[in-house]
Write a protein that binds this ligand. Structure first.
Ligand SMILES: *Cc1c(COP(=O)(O)O)cnc(C)c1O
Length: 410
C-alpha cells in the first residue's frame, strides 16, 4: 500500500479580511443600531459623523477633521483643497496605493514620481528635491507600511520652497515622527478606513488639517461645494461631488476609534517580538525605524538579500506559502506605480490624454534609471500580512517558518 503524503497542518493566521483579524464588536453594533433608530442616516443632519470628526481631530491632534467615503476620497479632498490649475505638479511616490495617485489626475495635476529609499520604501528630502520645479504645487508623502518618512528634513525642504505637504497616512495611524502624529506635520493629513487598514468601516476616509482655509475647502469639496454651515447664503461655490460618509459608516468608525490605540499597541508588540526572533539571520533584514520614528506596522516588511537567500523574496514567499500556508507579498505592488497602464499609456478622459498633455517631458519621464531605489526596494521587499490579533503562538509559527525556509534557501 502506498501511503498518501500527509499534508502538514498549517496554523491559520488571523486575517484582516474577516472577523479573525479585526476588532469589530458589540460597540459598533450598538452605535449602528442607535443610528438606525434615530432615522437620520445623512451626516448633514446626524450626530455620528460629526462626533467622529470631533473625536478624531482630538485624538490625532489636529484642529479640524472631516470624514469622507474613502482613503482615495481623502486624498482627492486634499488635492482639491490645494486648488491646482491643470498642469500643476504634485511630487509623490512610486510605491503607494493607486488611490493616492489618481485623485491628482482628476484635479488636473501631474503626478511627478520621486524615487524612494530602498531600505524604507519611503520618499526622502533628497529624492523629492530632485523633482522640484517652478510648477510644483504640493508634495504628497506616503508613510509606507506605517513607518514615517523623515519629516524634519522633508518639511525643511518644503518650507524653503514654500510648497505645502500632504501626508498620506492610510497605513500610519498614530505613527509618530519626533513625538508628533503623522498627518499633523504637513498641511493636510489623509487616512483610510478601508477593510485592511488599522481600523475599518469597510470603506471610508478621514482628512485633517490645522489650516482654517484648507478646512473650509475640504468641507466644501466633500459637500458638492455647498456650505451647509452658512444657510444665509446657500450656493455651490466650486466643482465638487458628494463625498460624504453616511451615518451608518460613521457609527462604525466611532466605535473603531476607541480601539485604535489598542490596535496600534498590539501590532507594535507583536512586531517587536517577531523582530527579536528574526534577529541575526544572514540575508534577512527586519524593519529598522529610525530613532525619530515610531512604526505602527500596517504590514511587517522584510528585506531579503537574494545574494544570500536563493531567489530572494520571491523564493522565500513561495516556500512560506507551500510549506506553511503563510501568504506573503513579494514586491508588494508588483511594479512601480508609473509602470501601470494609466501612466504608461496616459489613459484618462477619452483620447485627450488630459492632463498629461500639459506636462513637461521631464515630469512624465519614467526612465527606470531615474528610480534605482524603487526597483531595488521592490525586488528586496517581502510583506508579511499583519494585524492586531496575532498572538505569541502566531508569531512563533511565523518566526519558525521563516527561519526554516531561510535555512533551506541559503
Ligand atoms: C489604502 C490606501 C489608499 C486608498 O484608500 P482607500 O480607502 O482604499 O481608497 C491610499 N493610500 C495608501 C497609502 C493606502 O494604503
Amino acid at each position: 500500500m502506498v501511503a498518501t503524503p500527509v499534508k502538514p497542518a498549517f496554523m491559520t493566521l488571523p486575517s484582516d479580511q474577516e472577523a479573525s483579524g479585526r476588532t469589530l464588536g458589540e460597540a459598533e453594533i450598538a452605535l449602528v443600531t442607535e443610528a438606525i433608530r434615530s432615522g437620520t442616516l445623512t451626516a448633514t443632519k446626524g450626530r455620528m459623523v460629526k462626533g467622529l470628526e470631533k473625536r478624531f481631530a482630538e485624538m490625532i491632534g489636529a484642529k479640524y477633521a472631516f470624514a469622507c467615503n474613502s482613503g482615495s476620497g481623502a486624498i482627492h479632498c486634499a488635492v482639491a483643497a490645494i486648488n491646482p490649475k491643470p498642469g500643476d505638479e504634485f511630487i509623490t511616490t512610486s510605491i503607494t496605493d493607486m488611490g493616492g495617485l489618481t485623485p491628482i489626475l482628476y484635479q488636473g495635476g501631474i503626478p511627478v514620481f520621486a524615487d524612494v529609499d530602498p531600505n524604507t520604501w519611503n520618499v526622502t528630502a533628497e529624492t523629492i528635491e530632485r523633482c522640484i520645479t517652478d510648477r510644483t504645487k504640493a508634495i504628497i508623502v506616503t508613510h509606507i507600511f506605517g513607518n514615517p518618512c523623515e519629516m524634519t528634513e522633508i518639511m525643511a525642504l518644503a518650507d524653503r520652497h514654500g510648497i505645502p505637504v500632504i501626508e498620506d497616512c492610510a497605513q500610519a495611524y498614530f505613527a509618530t515622527h519626533k513625538g508628533q502624529n503623522v498627518g499633523t506635520i504637513g498641511k493636510i493629513g489623509c487616512f483610510s478606513l478601508q477593510q485592511g487598514k488599522h481600523i475599518t468601516t469597510g470603506e471610508g476616509g478621514l482628512v485633517v488639517t490645522d489650516d482654517e482655509e484648507m478646512a473650509h475647502r475640504l468641507y466644501l469639496f466633500i459637500n458638492k461645494g455647498f456650505d451647509y454651515g452658512k444657510p444665509q447664503q446657500p450656493d455651490h461655490f466650486f466643482i465638487a461631488l458628494n463625498g460624504r460618509m453616511s451615518e451608518l459608516v460613521g457609527a462604525v468608525a466611532l466605535g473603531q476609534l476607541d480601539k485604535l490605540q489598542g490596535v496600534v499597541d498590539s501590532r507594535q508588540v507583536a512586531a517587536d517580538k517577531l523582530t527579536a526572533k528574526l534577529a541575526g539571520i544572514p540575508g534577512l533584514h527586519t524593519p529598522e525605524p529610525s530613532a525619530s520614528n515610531t512604526h505602527v506596522y500596517w504590514k511587517y516588511a522584510l528585506r531579503v538579500d537574494k545574494n544570500i537567500i536563493r531567489d530572494g523574496a520571491v523564493g522565500l514567499a513561495k516556500m512560506l506559502k507551500e510549506e506553511k500556508g503563510i501568504f506573503s507579498a513579494p514586491r508588494y505592488i508588483q511594479k512601480p506605480a508609473f509602470q501601470c497602464e494609466i501612466f504608461e499609456k496616459q489613459i484618462t478622459f477619452g483620447d485627450s490624454n488630459w492632463p498629461f498633455n500639459l506636462a513637461t517631458p521631464e515630469a512624465v519621464d519614467y526612465t527606470p534609471s531615474k528610480f534605482p531605489g524603487t526597483f531595488s526596494g521592490l525586488e528586496w521587499v517581502l510583506v508579511l500580512p499583519w494585524n492586531e490579533r496575532y498572538t505569541d503562538a502566531h508569531i512563533d509559527y511565523i518566526a519558525e517558518a521563516v527561519k526554516e525556509a531561510v535555512a533551506r534557501l541559503s
